[in-house]
Design a protein around this ligand. Structure first.
Ligand SMILES: C=C(O[C@H]1C=CC=C(C(=O)O)[C@@H]1O)C(=O)O
Ligand SMILES: [Mg+2]
Length: 452
């Protein structure tokens, strides 16, 4: 064990682990919890050596978590249907009555196509060790899985994980990287063709919206700590979800996404339509003029309205009540502002997270309408596999589950940064303006990473 930072917490945890040897264990999944020291969780996570590493900070929440290691993982490299996922999760949930247990992970944007190695089409983790901060209180949680594992082996595995814990270090300073090359897929001329195809009268009549996106592969002169990038990004857009998944040292997916897929508290559901974009002004007056122009703009209103309608329609059969803002509000980020409508629902008894994921993901804020036709277009023409970009990332828990839509995200690899941005193409979309919208969506993260 390194240093004395956690020493009293460690002794307490080790004592609790020892006690497990003495009492009969009733549940296959056991969670131990001790109070921990207040510390910056991203810095702590960056210093750790055990994978996977997971960070999650819900939007507008005074809670964040950092997790390392895995005591059970659900990884789907190949196609997996929603019913299978729902059954697996239901069985898993029945293995313990413990209310605090969370499975962190994500679903790829499109589970019918090949996805990034390690991330898979769906991947959820019951972490070995989780630091959960709520206000200024931190708890250290340790999970054990006795289902198919020998008692002694599992206790030893937990002790080994605890022994790897490193003290938090200050995050490495973010030196700006020098750009070696950048390639965009699709490039502008292909983008123009695609936007023209989608906006053709015949096509748009049956497929009123397709969210087209672009993968920008950026080669740089040095490696960069994804956790230092996420910490900085978080500072620029505090009113976002901030999260990261790193299953191996080679690859980390980080996101600072404004968009909630849903928050479920028991049977109460909170979701939203976030679509329609303009830039921020250079001063408050200009900013308000831009916001008003966004509210008044037909193309952007239509983009948002389609998302609202689809979500309300998708939730109606699952709910006793669905309510949505009639008028959009403005949601401001560092470089851009969006149209936003809140949507609430009271779910029918027994509606599960996987029914919600199936109903909501991908929403027409990242896929399109009708879903099937839009996804087909994207699959066949966009020219790259989105992986977890625009996927659903978050956590599952008995009482409360929350997912964000993984836009404004980056896949960080050695000397390479992969950035993603999409824009809703509807009647009235102009290829050049939509291309500029992609740039605007990348402005914050690019300004953190690259020295222009
Ligand atoms: C698909 C993305 O943004 C979506 C969310 C908000 C606004 C959007 C828009 O105005 O086009 C997009 O629907 C992205 O940032 O990659
Ligand atoms: Mg747009």
């Amino acid at each position: 064990m390194t240093g004395h930072f956690f020493s009293s917490q460690f002794s307490e945890l080790i004592a609790k682990l020892e006690q497990l040897r003495l009492v009969p264990i009733c549940d296959p999944i056991v969670q131990l919890s001790v109070e921990g020291p207040a510390l910056p969780l991203i810095s702590w996570l960056s210093a750790q050596t055990l994978y996977p590493k997971i960070y999650w900070h819900g939007r507008d929440r005074d809670e964040d978590i950092a997790a390392i290691g895995s005591c059970k993982s659900f990884y789907f490299a190949d196609q997996v249907d929603d019913n299978a996922l729902a059954n697996i999760y239901q069985q898993q949930r029945n293995k313990t009555n413990h209310q605090d247990i969370r499975y962190y992970g994500g679903l790829a944007f499109d589970r019918s196509v090949e996805c990034w190695p390690e991330f898979g089409r769906a991947h959820f983790i019951l972490p070995r060790i989780e630091l959960r901060r709520n206000g200024n209180k931190v708890r250290i949680l340790v999970n054990l899985n006795f289902e198919n594992n020998d008692l002694e082996d599992e206790i030893q595995a937990a002790l080994n994980a605890i022994a790897t814990i490193q003290k938090p270090q200050p995050l490495s300073p973010l030196n700006k990287l020098s750009l070696i090359s950048r390639s965009d897929l699709p490039n502008y001329s292909r983008w123009k063709e695609l936007v023209e195809q989608v906006t053709q009268a015949n096509f748009i009549q049956s497929t009123p919206k397709v969210v087209l996106s672009r993968h920008s592969q950026i080669d740089v002169d040095d490696n960069i700590d994804p956790w230092a990038v996420l910490a900085c990004w978080q500072g620029r857009n505090p009113n976002s979800f901030q999260f990261g998944f790193q299953f191996s040292p080679e690859r980390a997916f980080i996101s600072c996404s404004p968009e909630r897929l849903y928050l479920r508290r028991q049977q109460e559901l909170f979701t939203e339509a976030l679509a329609g974009t303009t830039v921020r002004g250079l001063n408050p007056d200009e900013d308000n003029i831009l916001a008003q122009a966004l509210l008044d703009d037909c193309k952007n209103s239509h983009e948002n309205q389609l998302v609202r309608k689809h979500i309300v329609d998708a939730l109606t059969p699952l709910s006793q009540y669905v309510g949505a803002d009639e008028q959009p509000k403005i949601f401001k980020l560092n470089h851009i502002q969006h149209l936003h409508r809140s949507i609430r629902a009271q779910l029918n008894p027994g509606v599960s997270d996987f029914e919600l994921l199936r109903a909501l993901h991908p929403t027409p804020a990242v896929g399109g309408l009708p879903r099937h036709a839009a996804l087909n277009f994207i699959r066949q023409r966009e020219g790259y596999a989105r992986g977890w970009y625009a996927g659903a990332c978050g956590y599952l828990n008995h009482h409360e589950s929350e997912f964000s839509v993984a836009i404004r995200s980056a896949l960080i690899e050695p000397r390479r940064i992969n950035l993603f941005a999409g824009a809703g193409i509807v009647a009235g979309s102009n290829p050049e303006e939509e291309w500029q919208e992609l740039e605007n969506k990348l402005a914050t993260v690019l300004s953190i990473l690259i020295d222009f």
